[in-house]
Design a protein around this ligand. Structure first.
Ligand code: MTE
Length: 472
């Protein structure tokens, strides 16, 4: 492309906003991507590279390194970077060199960053999801942390309610010295079941099946105890900002926040966890320390915890501000305003059939029953009170038997597994569609279809779960 003009970094860096046009460089190419910004599947993240080289970003977000994307980028080429300004990523080392080993049964929805879910049949088999089969949702490379040098910074960044601004640092030993609590809590990704919503109309995000959820016991210190020891008092206007040790290419950590009232609530059971199902946390799940926020969307359960701050503001991270929020089905990428929707906290009621799975051919045994298993869960500590199934589009409903722990409502954070035997001796058709819907303790029930809850990020996908099976 020697016919194109040559630019140096000074000329490029002024083009860092839409009104000045957005330029980036990749390798030796200079690109004006202003018209592409609205199309970017990763949304606003694209602006991180505005006016500079995107090579370091693409070294981390490796989904960009394919022929289609490189060809697309070339359409926006306006020039060449002067040779002395070329950015090298060689001295960065590979950010992926220290990824942990994963169980081969986990099905990846993306390799780098690693995101994967277990097969549905396996998921439904255990009340406590085995750690190796627990879904993994990483936005960035897994950080390598030496537990002996680990420090958690805890600060109070407000003088509200007479609190004193201060900061202290805790080692893992300090945290383990505090009273140890164990809670059963399901963790579910806000995008769980997105692949079903996307069938209505495409959405942006990883195409999760119904396995971006798991149920485990989590042990550690209560966040409430850590905050009380620092003199924090309950205040409904404040937030607890949580940051991980995983950094994006601009050195910003993964971050989220929860209301201080959830953190301080004795019944909130927010834990700084160092154990999962009685074992040391694995690296994929946040070793050595993660926050477990029972009843709350997975994204607030920050892994590789490095900083906690009591603040007047929610986390300013991309994931709190411009992601994991719900919108009307009529909101599109031209009209969306992320500042107008609250960040998802408590999750809505949902359920899914784990066995059989969609497309299975079932041999009908003599007893004339179809046995169906699955999970159900609701956010905010609401207990599941019923799961209903139908194989005749709702003319007859069959109530499932529940397997669940006995915790008071409002503090029922684990999932429920369920089983139902549906009589099929009068079924003449060789194919049936099975629908499942759960009801929680507030009598919230799953919506019937995805059309009316569709949203552009494909979150909160909790409509009836429907599968088709053949009877042979
Ligand atoms: N914490 C950090 N530091 N980095 C992350 O990428 N992902 C979040 C949350 N905590 C994430 C994180 C999201 S979106 C989810 S759904 C859960 O972790 C997933 O937890 P798991 O991988 O242990 O299943």
């Amino acid at each position: 492309r020697s016919d194109l003009p040559t630019y140096n970094v000074e000329e490029i860096q002024v083009h860092c906003s839409v009104d000045k046009r957005v330029w980036v460089t990749y390798g030796i190419g200079v690109y004006d991507i202003t018209e592409f910004i609205a199309e970017h599947p990763g949304g606003e993240n694209i602006m991180l590279g505005a006016g500079s080289a995107i090579d370091p970003f693409w070294a981390i977000y490796q989904q960009h390194n394919n022929k289609e994307i490189l060809t697309l980028l070339e359409l926006y080429r306006i020039g060449n970077l002067s040779p002395e300004d070329k950015v090298s990523t060689e001295d960065m080392g590979s950010p992926w060199a220290h990824e942990p080993r994963r169980h081969p049964l986990l099905n990846p929805t993306s390799e780098r960053p690693f995101n994967a879910e277990p097969p549905m049949k396996l998921l439904g088999e255990n009340f406590f999801t085995p750690n190796e089969f627990f879904y993994v949702r990483n936005h960035l490379p897994v950080p390598l942390i030496d537990a002996n040098k680990f420090e958690l910074e805890v600060s109070i960044e407000t003088t509200e309610s007479g609190m004193k601004e201060q900061s202290k640092s805790l080692t893992l030993a300090d945290i383990k010295r505090m009273p140890k609590y164990t809670v059963t809590a399901a963790v579910m990704c806000g995008g769980n079941r997105r692949s079903e919503m996307t069938r209505v109309k495409s959405v942006k995000g990883l195409s999760w099946n119904a396995g971006a959820v798991g149920n485990a016991t989590w042990s550690g210190a209560r966040l409430r105890d850590v905050l009380l020891a620092m003199g924090v008092v309950p205040n409904e206007n404040l937030h607890v900002v949580l940051e991980g040790a995983d950094l994006d290419p601009t050195s910003h950590p993964y971050g989220a926040s929860i209301p201080l009232s959830k953190a301080m609530d004795e019944r909130g059971d927010v834990i700084l966890a160092y154990e999962m199902n009685g074992k040391v946390l694995s690296r994929d799940h946040g070793y050595p320390l993660r926050c477990i926020v029972p009843g709350t969307v997975g994204s607030r359960n920050v892994k590789w915890l490095s900083r906690i701050a009591v603040s007047e503001n929610e986390s300013n991270s991309h994931w709190q501000q411009n992601d994991y929020k719900g919108f009307s089905p009529s909101t599109d990428w031209d009209t969306v305003d992320f500042s107008k929707s609250p960040a998802i906290q408590a999750m809505p009621v949902t359920s899914a059939i784990c066995s059989p799975v969609d497309g299975d051919a079932l041999i009908i045994k003599d007893d004339g029953y179809l046995t169906v298993h699955g999970y159900a869960w609701s956010g905010g500590g609401r207990r599941i009170v019923r799961v209903d199934l139908t194989i005749d589009q709702g003319k007859t409903w069959h109530v499932a038997e529940l397997q669940q722990e006995d915790h008071p409502d409002g503090r029922h954070y684990g999932w429920s597994l369920w089983t139902v035997r549906i009589p099929i001796e009068n079924t003449t058709s060789s194919e049936v569609e099975i629908w499942a819907k759960a009801v929680d303790s507030a009598y919230n029930v799953q919506p019937e279809n995805f059309e009316n809850i569709w949203n552009l990020r494909g979150v909160l996908a909790n409509a009836y779960h429907r599968i088709r099976v053949k009877l042979i």
